[in-house]
Design a protein around this ligand. Structure first.
Ligand code: HEM
Length: 471
């Protein structure tokens, strides 16, 4: 090493002499300077070589541990394709993998036994956690973003609001009205109405921006996004602006609804009215004035809006790209049409939730859509105390746990060799009934005490909103 180093110095001296034709001995301190320059170049070359080796290994290996940085470079490199990356991790490293970086310890899992244990069996040990709460700070103290007693109180209130008969009646009739008087005419007159040229809805855009920036908060180190928030740059600038717009709109809706209720214009059927009623009744956890109303209703909007939108988009995509499935659904719907619609000539036929009850193939198609394209592809929890998961993995306090229903759906060991295929038939038993065989590995709605509040009723609400036939 020493002699090689000296040789390279002499060679370089000769090279410079030949090229520049300078008498190097005539320049004072030159050998010392060369020595510094060359050791610097060699050091840089060494760093480049190591980085290249690590880069190539990182490209071919799914999870690589870099010195000091741990898995951080791999996470950053794959942030834009996080869901596919989870599938790759599971296919190469197994259903559960510990990922470590500076100030970062993530336990990634898509093992159904672990998910069941975390969300149900030992639920109290796995709250969403402080870092999750900070990432979703925009939702305030709403149900989605709270833990422990506050969550319990909010969950009870939301349960009461959803259980009201007025609410389900209102959703049912409003959905039908929207389809009949707005969606169908819009689609018939202007098939490009959903293009980017449609007029911008400020509130909708703010909700999109907010969700996108919150996603980035989940996949970047907390210190980094907090610094960006402080500087109001990049995704955090978007977040800040979205927050302002959302707050203005929410304040407007709340004031409008209070006014309507004061005038006695409306019965208490929507969720905001229910929350105002709970507050007037001084029920537990409802103090906090308009902030309580804003946090509760914004949470429901966040929880319902994109989950349903994504599910419906993937549903139509899957049906359109699988003509055999489409044919089978139309066959089922035609039977309902024949028995329910006296005046066949009157199009479009708009089905309501009652009409769609008992349509096994349609239900199976929805389940298959939500299996392959879960609206919440990643879910996150934080461990309180040390624990051991059913697969033997040791969990340490404060460890971040990332669960991936998206990856779970793509595991051959769980769903068989045809796991990637869109096959509603897997949800139907031999005697034509809906099968509950797969429910233990179907975590699209979560499970346990924090299972999606709409889990039971989602199908009736969503399908009714969009299902039209004969347009
Ligand atoms: C296809 C549609 C939907 C899917 C796939 C879905 C999925 C989920 C998932 C995975 C969770 C998280 C469970 C957890 O943290 O462990 C959740 C929670 C929640 N969902 Fe949904 N959801 C859907 C639609 C809706 C709708 C329409 C509403 C309300 C109108 C809603 C309200 C909520 C609420 C309030 C929570 C929080 C529950 C809690 O933390 O206790 N969801 N949902």
């Amino acid at each position: 090493m020493g002699s090689g180093f000296c040789t390279s110095i002499s060679l370089s001296k000769a090279l410079i002499y030949c090229t520049l034709n300078i008498d190097m001995q005539s320049i004072p301190h030159l050998p010392k300077l060369y020595l510094h320059t060359w050791s610097g170049i060699i050091f840089l070359a060494f760093i480049c070589l190591i980085s290249m080796i690590l880069y190539l290994t990182c490209r071919t290996k799914v999870v690589t541990y870099w010195p000091i940085l741990g898995v951080l470079p791999c996470l950053i490199q794959n942030a834009h394709r996080m869901h596919d990356y989870c599938v790759e991790i599971s296919n190469t490293h197994g259903l559960t993998k510990l990922l470590k970086g500076p100030f970062l310890e993530i336990l990634y899992t898509c093992d159904p036994r672990n998910l069941e244990y975390i969300t149900k069996t030992n639920f109290p040990n796995y709250p969403k956690g402080q870092e999750y709460n900070k990432a979703f700070e925009m939702l305030g103290d709403g149900l989605f973003n709270s833990d422990f007693d506050l969550w319990h109180g909010q969950r009870k209130l939301a349960g009461k609001a959803f259980a009201s008969n007025n609410f389900s009646r209102m959703v049912s009739s409003l959905s039908k009205k929207v389809v009949e008087h707005e969606l169908v005419p819009l689609l018939s007159k202007n098939p490009k109405c959903l293009s980017k040229l449609s007029p911008e809805n400020k509130f909708a855009k703010a909700m999109d921006d907010a969700l996108e920036s919150i996603f980035f908060r989940h996949v970047t180190p907390p210190l980094w996004w907090k610094l960006c928030r402080w500087l109001k740059i990049g995704e955090e600038k978007k977040h800040h602006n979205a927050w302002e717009t959302i707050d203005q709109s929410m304040a407007h809706y709340i004031a409008m609804k209070k006014e309507e209720l004061l005038q006695g214009e409306q019965e208490r059927s929507d969720l905001l009215s229910s929350y105002i009623y709970f507050q007037n009744e001084k029920q537990e956890f409802t103090s906090g004035g308009d902030k309580f109303l804003r946090d509760s209703v914004l949470t429901l909007l966040f929880a319902a809006r994109d989950t349903t939108g994504a599910a419906m988009s993937w549903f139509f995509y899957s049906v359109l790209t699988n003509p055999v499935v489409e044919e089978k659904i139309l066959k089922e719907l035609n039977k309902v049409k024949e028995s329910n619609f006296e005046n066949e000539a009157k199009k479009p036929w708009i089905f309501n939730s009652e009409d769609l009850k008992g349509l096994v193939y349609l239900h199976a198609t929805c389940c298959e859509t939500l299996r392959l394209y879960p609206s919440l592809p990643l879910n996150r929890k934080e461990a309180l105390c040390e624990d051991v998961l059913p697969d033997g993995t040791v969990v340490r306090p404060k460890m971040m746990i990332i669960m991936s229903p998206f990856a779970m759906a793509r595991m051959k060991c769980l769903w068989g060799n045809e796991c990637m295929e869109f096959k509603p038939e897997r949800w139907i038993t031999e005697d034509g009934q809906l099968s509950n065989e797969h429910l233990d590995k179907f975590h699209t709605f979560g499970a346990g005490p924090r299972v999606c509040i709409e889990e039971a009723g989602w199908q009736s609400i969503c399908i009714e909103q969009f299902f039209t036939h004969g347009v």
